[in-house]
Write a protein that binds this ligand. Sequence first.
Ligand SMILES: [Fe+2]
Ligand SMILES: [Fe+2]
Length: 210
Amino acid sequence: MSCAARAAVRSLWRLRAGTLRPLTAYGRRIGVRFYSSGMTLDNVNRAAVDRIIRVDHAGEYGANRIYAGQMAVLGRTSVGPVIQKMWDQEKDHLKKFNELMVAFRVRPTILMPFWNVVGFALGAGTALLGKEGAMACTVAVEESIAHHYNNQIRTLMEKDPEKYEELLQVIRKFRDEELEHHDIGLEHDAQLVSIAQASCLKAASTETSG
Ligand SMILES: [Fe+2]
Ligand SMILES: [Fe+2]
């Protein structure tokens, strides 16, 4: 992986994995309505929810671009359907966060055009190494995402699990699906990629998740 791609994925997951600021750091509290259920959440901490939705939306957008890049290279190979299936789930994840962005009136990150290009380049670049390279990238990235979602779940559970129940359900579901993608990557020979390459990808994702 090029230095540029490594730096890009590092930046992407740093954005995704940013820790929540203390809920008490923001005084603005409003009532909002969840898109899916129509449930109104009074007194949610707007800043905390804004941040979760913004970074998750950016991460899911980046994941979509990574899979798009992988499909551009490997779409007609034997692993094409496998990658397409994971991409379809990422499309659902992004769709849900698009809905939440509207429901909560959250602005997307201004870096979306950047992730558009860099995500695709990362996906295509690793796929050019072969299906093992693509799957190694998937394993590293999905592991980082699942870790990130787990941190958010822990934070929301500590704050008020009842108040954030619907958001928790969304994040838990997506976390489970990211872990499935991780396991699919392993099942498709991600471990056969060179140790150096795997270490590089692992380091990039780990550094940015914590
Ligand atoms: Fe996802
Ligand atoms: Fe995923």
